[in-house]
Design a protein around this ligand. Structure first.
Ligand SMILES: *[C@@H]1O[C@H](CO)[C@@H](O)[C@H](O)[C@H]1NC(C)=O
Ligand SMILES: *[C@@H]1O[C@H](CO)[C@@H](O)[C@H](O)[C@H]1NC(C)=O
Ligand SMILES: *[C@@H]1O[C@H](CO)[C@@H](O)[C@H](O)[C@H]1NC(C)=O
Length: 364
């Protein structure tokens, strides 16, 4: 009997322990989901929130926020569909969308020196910043403190993540459908009024040399109104040859001064990166490179010879059996439409994590 009190004591302890344990298990079961919900990281993509907030305005397309309008040249962002058939993201310039944007497109030239006009709210985990710069290194301001900010690069450079360029499209099958436009001039050039007497830039000194041997029809850009849209292409197409001289010489820096004439059936005479760089983008028989000649006299000789020999001249259009070139947009407000729309397309197609380690080391 002596063990009886201690036995009932033990039983009491056992019951209390069981009740306590049960209570703790219940408590844990109740609170665990709450706790883990608090600890769980936010969803990588915030699309579902968009759907809930306004299902008609935003679908499940990624939001791409254009932080600055480049040079205030704005257009209706819906036009990406009309112009390039790109409709795969929700493009917006509404900064209140920042926290939902999967990508923020930041135009380099518009960034202030003290960086005060960049987004200041914390960057969501899923968000990528795109460095948007169509200028060559000589025209790119070195802004301190932005080197480590970006995840993607957008440039004319072939090794940029988003590489912007007018396109040469292969035809499905070779076609002899090219008709040479009516030619009224031999050799043309478009320049800015004030620049033509500058000899500091290589292209002007070459021009000065060239005009000693051949006439160049110079069209001044100051009467810029006449160089918009159809008139611009019409004018270039009336010339047999066009001086496609780049302002500065950098790898891959081949601009509309080249693609414009190429598109309309005029032979570009190029001054820019080496011939092989042009050949990365177009057939080598589609243009004439100034470096193919020891001097301007020899180049002038060839142009004069080709003017008299139509058969030889037409050889420069043989590539058109296989390819077509799209004309660039000449409307002022569409100047940056292609890069902006391309960025949209890229963000939709590519989701990978990436950071640009040292922007200037790569670009400058
Ligand atoms: C949703 O978006 C549409 C179109 O942008 C707008 O007209 C409507 O007011 C929005 N609705 C809500 C609840 O925000
Ligand atoms: C450039 O210089 C030449 C003479 O050197 C002059 O005749 C011509 O008008 C100048 N052109 C411009 C646009 O200033
Ligand atoms: C973007 O780049 C920043 C800075 O390098 C980095 O901290 C961030 O994790 C990157 N985000 C993504 C989604 O790649």
């Amino acid at each position: 009997m002596a063990s009886s009190p201690s036995f009932s004591g033990l039983r009491a302890i056992l019951i209390v322990t069981l009740v306590l344990a049960g209570a703790i298990v219940l408590l844990l079961m109740y609170y665990t989901p709450l706790l883990s919900a608090i600890c769980r990281p936010p969803p990588v993509y915030s699309r579902w929130q968009l759907k809930r907030s306004n299902s008609s305005a935003v679908t499940d397309k990624p939001v791409v926020l254009l932080w600055f309008w480049p040079e205030k040249k704005s257009f209706d962002l819906q036009d990406c569909k009309k112009l390039f058939n790109i409709d795969s993201c929700h493009l917006t310039d509404d900064r209140s969308m920042y926290s939902r944007a999967e990508a923020v497109l930041i135009f380099h030239r518009a960034i202030s020196d003290d960086l005060s006009n960049l987004p200041t709210s914390p960057r969501p985990r899923f968000q990528r910043w795109i460095w948007f710069n169509m200028d060559p290194p000589t025209n790119t301001r070195k802004i301190e403190g932005i080197q480590g900010l970006f995840n993607l690069t957008l440039s004319y450079r072939k090794d940029a993540d988003i590489h912007i360029r007018w396109k040469l499209t292969a035809k499905k099958k070779p076609a002899e459908d090219f008709v040479l436009p009516k030619k009224e001039r031999l050799l043309c050039w478009i320049v800015d009024n004030n620049d033509v007497n500058t000899t500091a830039v290589g292209k002007y000194s070459y021009y000065k040399e060239l005009i000693k041997y051949i006439k160049v029809d110079v069209l001044y850009n100051s009467s810029a109104e006449s160089f918009k849209g159809e008139d611009y292409f019409q004018m270039i197409s009336s010339c047999k040859f066009f001086l496609s001289f780049e302002d500065s010489i950098h790898k891959d820096y081949i601009t509309e001064t080249f693609s414009g004439p190429l598109a309309v059936g005029t032979v570009p005479i190029v001054l820019g990166p080496p011939r092989h760089n042009y050949e990365d983008f177009v057939p080598g028989t589609s243009f004439i490179h100034v470096n193919d000649f020891p001097d301007a006299v020899k180049l002038a000789d060839l142009i004069i010879r080709l003017d008299e020999d139509n058969e030889a001249y037409m050889q420069y259009f043989n590539w058109r059996r296989f390819y077509t070139v799209t004309r660039h947009l000449t409307e002022e407000n569409y100047e940056f439409a292609l890069p902006i729309c391309q960025a949209c397309h890229y963000v939709h197609m590519n989701k990978e994590y990436r950071a640009v380690p040292d922007l200037y080391k790569w670009f400058l």
